[in-house]
Design a protein around this ligand. Structure first.
Ligand SMILES: [Ca+2]
Length: 334
């Protein structure tokens, strides 16, 4: 199982008499609230409600041309933002800055005799990402089947006779390699999210927190986790702040980035593209198999060889809104 293959590190529970180190929590000092973004991009930054626009229009006095021009600009900006943001099955994630990484300690972080082998999700740094649209759900079996049929791409090995296992049409496709995922996203005119995009989308307003919903461990209402029976249908749990399903749990999700344990120390602050090379690709979000906390947190970075096909690994795609600067992964862009 994936958690066994890549889970060499687990925090040791605090011993009797030993101080339990609580997550630092709280908002970072330069916390900037995001604009509320509804599901499927129903409202976006720069968008105004019809009532607000009507009221503003009524306040205009005849002859005040400059004000009228401003009103028209606002109206057009609002319409454009809505048009750009809307795409069925996708959610608009506004561009912005957020605190990436783990801002709290695990119980063994400060124990000199028990050095923490993984501090790959630190240091916490402010990172800016451009706006993008993201699949609201992990790619399902039925969606993948359309791609496989159209492109003659091979299907996951557990599909007997090439067919989706009965009753699993709405489950996330798993046993797909990184290249399978890239091929699917490209076929849909999309690409895999970068690590930074994935974490931005996963966190929403939960900067400095363990999970999308705060610091409390998941419950059966919030995430698919801790099972031995496989993934569940996508979107069977509560959505996160942006309206995304299963960012925590259900299937691990491939990202575009190579894995480098020390990348956060050297990454650029704006749209970090990931290391230029590596051996493993980054996985995010934990799976149906994993137990909280660690693997299921917003900041945890897992990894696997690109050829890995695991029953716990799936993916979802994104589409950039703004043109990204050319980088070494330009070939991934649609
Ligand atoms: Ca997931």
């Amino acid at each position: 199982m994936h958690a066994v293959a890549f889970g060499s590190y687990r925090p040791r529970p605090a011993r009797r008499g030993e101080e339990r180190i609580e997550p630092l929590g709280g908002s970072p000092p330069h916390h900037q609230p995001l604009s509320r973004v509804g599901e499927r991009g129903a409202d976006v930054p720069g968008a105004f409600s019809h009532r607000e626009l009507r009221q503003f229009g009524k306040s205009l006095l005849p002859g005040r041309v400059q004000t009228a021009v401003l009103f028209l600009q606002l109206l057009l900006g609002s319409l454009c933002a809505s048009l750009v943001a809307y795409e069925r099955g996708m959610v608009f994630i506004p561009g912005g800055e957020f605190s990436r990484g783990r801002s709290y300690d695990w119980p063994d972080t400060r124990l000199a005799w028990y050095p923490n082998p993984l501090k790959d999700d630190t240091p916490v740094r402010k990172v800016y990402v451009n706006p993008f649209s993201m699949d609201e759900a992990e790619v399902t079996n039925e969606r993948y089947a359309v791609f496989a049929k159209a492109t003659h791409h091979k299907v996951p090995y557990h599909w007997l006779k090439g067919e989706i296992p009965k009753g699993q049409e709405k489950r996330p496709v798993v046993n797909v390699s990184w290249d399978d995922a890239v091929g699917f996203c490209r076929w849909e005119g999309k690409r895999l999210p970068t690590e930074a995009e994935w974490e931005r989308a996963s966190r929403g307003l939960a900067e400095g927190r363990m999970y999308s919903w705060g610091d409390d461990n998941p419950t059966a209402k919030l995430a698919v986790y801790g099972l031995d029976t496989g993934a569940a249908d996508v979107c069977s749990k509560e959505r996160n702040y942006f309206g995304l399903c299963d960012m925590i749990g259900n299937a691990w999700e491939w990202t575009a980035d190579w894995y480098d344990r020390k990348y956060y120390e050297v990454s650029p602050d704006r749209d970090p593209p990931g290391p230029a090379q590596g051996i493993y690709r980054v996985l995010r979000g934990g799976s149906w198999f994993d137990q909280p906390p660690l693997f299921l947190t917003c900041s945890y970075r897992s990894w696997a060889r690109p050829a890995e096909r695991s029953p716990t690994i799936g993916f979802r795609c994104v589409r950039p809104i703004a043109q990204r600067r050319p980088d070494h992964r330009a070939s991934l862009l649609p």
